[in-house]
Design a protein around this ligand. Sequence first.
Ligand code: NIG
Ligand code: FE
Length: 406
Amino acid sequence: MSYSLLIKNCGQLLTMKGRSSVDLGLIEDAFLACEGNKIKAVGRMEDLGKFKSLVTKKTKVIDAQGNVVMPGLIDCHTHLVFAGNRANEFKMKLEGKSYLDILEAGGGILSTVRATRKASKAQLLKNAGGHLSEMLKMGITTIEAKSGYGLDMDTEIKILEVLRELKKLQPVKIVSTFLGAHTVPAEFKDRADEYLEVLMKKVLPAVKKLATFVDIFCEKKAFSLEQSRKYLSYAKKLGFKIKIHGEQINNLGACVMAAKLGAVSVDHADRLSKRDIQELAKSSAVVVLLPLVPLFLREDVFADGRALIDGGCKVAVSTDFNPGSAPCKNLFLAMTLACLKMGLKTEEALRAVTINAAAALDLSKQVGSLEKGKIADILITKVKNYQEIPYWMGENPVARVILEGK
Ligand code: NIG
Ligand code: FE
């Protein structure tokens, strides 16, 4: 046997091994070795001699030149597949209209639904593939992607099939989520219960092979707490893992409800009470923070990440990339904002986009840390100190991306 890849001279190797919220499992002056798509060894450069026989002519050697090396980023909440854009709403927003006002007026999510229904599969594939390749350049090696801009059986399936195609066509790993319950489509206006009934009886069984997770937008002008509870319970019975969009604009009790049902993650969580945080800490749900959203919606309430972590919750950070509330693919920028507006420490923000984001997708055994046996998704950065990663606001610190050992 010999190593297929050796990365040497890692100034700071952030393995993310370790359990506390600030433990980066940092090894200074380190190496990392892979065989095929798996990590085989990590250690200090001074101990590399012990592995000498495994470094052969076949081993590709990369010199990290003293820079930070870390796991590939995991963007655990995105709405990747959609047509068009909503630049027109940007203008409305600057004139003072709120997100829910725009949705109520038939815009917002519903305007992207109209565009996505009209778009061909090839067009959607091209758009989503383009976004994904930009994300990869910014270090994202695993992504969760939701449907939810179809809101009818055919278009929802079209979106999930685009994701299935993308899995074959490009190297970023994709976890698919069915978000048919993103909002009530125009054809079912004021008949949300009937729409959910259709989703439960017809659509969920039809997308079983296409999606791992089921998600719902629990919010005024979308779905109520009781509707969401009934829907997610049903999805769980069918064998889907569950997530929720909760407490984004109003507190309806969504995150706690979903966590009690066994949700793998509860997302947004901008408006939780102290009591909610205590309840969430008792559950195994990861709380996914999406700081680009309140920024872009001009909402001044950001999730209290500090209170969540101090209260014992596991916290992840994601872009929520979508055409309405976060048209931004920069997960490094989301990290910076999580620090500045949600009270995370740099170490917590780094864990939030790697090992904790893996947990939000139920993938922590495969990705999210640099440990023997895990998939070799690795970033070689341009910085010497990990504190610089959220510091260089909006910049891309990635020099090189290794995906599955390549
Ligand atoms: O996570 N809040 C609901 N869904 C998305 C936004 C979707 C849209 O506006 O197109 C979100 O913010
Ligand atoms: Fe979202």
